[in-house]
Design a protein around this ligand. Structure first.
Ligand code: PMP
Length: 305
């Protein structure tokens, strides 16, 4: 099924949306991107875009840091996204990729004096970590600190760090990497935030552990509190705490909630999906598909009216 892009202010077939080889962002990673899920609800023949506004708000913040001039407001980007997804007409789970980037055909390492543009495209995409339970390893690659490259910005250039970690993990036979912060505390996965459960408490690294503040992370924190009465503790996590956790899971727009079965060849708990992880997975799956009436404000329907 053909897909479409919103590119240079117009909707067009995806294969026609091309940029030149001198485009600044290709050379220096001067782009900020997002990943938004469209979750297909087969019963209602509807696709729900999950927390789209929050993704665009994060994009706007990242652009401020990278001095990227966005020509669209959050509302306009949301409208263009709905229109694009509707035009594509997929009847399955999709992934929306908006990118704001330095579009100048110019060389020179800088953020200033550049032209900027914005595009969106849509692809069908199932689960990102295509495993029921992930086997992880602690990476030899650390997250950069905020004064090196700000990890709270979803900047294209920073993802070299994540790619080094991911490929190291996969080459060593694991599904995903867990990266440490510069101070040696646990930070996050290559494309996910991390949570552990210990003695019935939910714990996740705070912003100062050099994480991307994930929208799925925030969703899980809210669902855990409202639906399970569990308050999440945000604090530094030691590497050895990973090995003694009762449960562990990763969260991300692409990865949803993925249980972690093993870290550095040590089983997490008994190596099975833990009870709190399973409950959160079940609630989250309903919420993102528009099957939980309390959280419909997070779901934007695409088809119909
Ligand atoms: N950390 C990193 C490094 C990521 O790339 C992602 C995916 N965007 C996340 C965390 C999770 O963020 P979110 O839940 O907003 O997708």
């Amino acid at each position: 099924m053909p897909s479409y892009a919103f590119f240079q202010g117009k909707f067009m077939p995806l294969e026609e949306a091309k940029i030149g080889i001198m485009t600044h962002c290709i050379h220096y990673g001067t782009a900020v991107f997002e990943g938004i899920r469209g979750n297909w609800n087969a019963e209602r023949k509807q696709t729900y875009l999950f927390r789209m506004r929050e993704h665009y708000e994060r994009l706007v913040q990242g652009c401020r840091v990278l001095q990227i001039k966005l020509h669209y407001t959050v509302d306009e980007m949301c409208e263009k996204t709905v229109e694009l997804v509707r035009k594509c007409g997929f009847e399955e789970d999709i992934y929306v990729r908006p990118v704001a980037y330095a579009s100048s055909q110019a060389l020179g390492v800088r953020l200033h004096g550049l032209e900027h543009d914005f595009f969106i495209f849509v692809i069908p995409w199932g689960p990102y970590l295509d495993v029921e339970k992930a086997r992880c390893s602690v990476s030899s690659w650390r997250r950069p600190e905020d004064n090196v490259i700000p990890p709270q910005v979803k900047a294209a250039g920073i993802y070299i760090n994540n790619a080094l970690a991911k490929t190291e993990a996969v080459s060593n036979g694991f599904d995903e990497a867990i990266m440490l912060a510069p101070d040696g505390h646990v930070s996050e996965g290559s494309g996910e935030n991390i949570f552990i459960v210990k003695d019935g408490k939910l714990i996740t690294p705070a912003s100062y552990s050099n994480i991307l503040i994930g929208i799925t992370r925030n969703t899980v924190i809210e669902l855990a509190e409202k639906e399970l009465g569990l308050v999440t503790i945000q604090r530094p996590i030691d590497r050895s705490e990973l090995y003694n956790a009762d449960e562990c899971f990763l969260t991300g727009t692409a990865a949803h909630i993925t249980p972690v079965a093993e870290i550095d060849r040590r089983p997490v708990g008994n190596g099975e999906i833990g009870p709190i992880t399973a409950k959160l997975q079940e609630i989250y799956a309903r919420v993102i598909r528009g099957n939980h009436p309390k959280y419909m404000h997070w779901c934007t329907p695409v088809y119909g009216k």
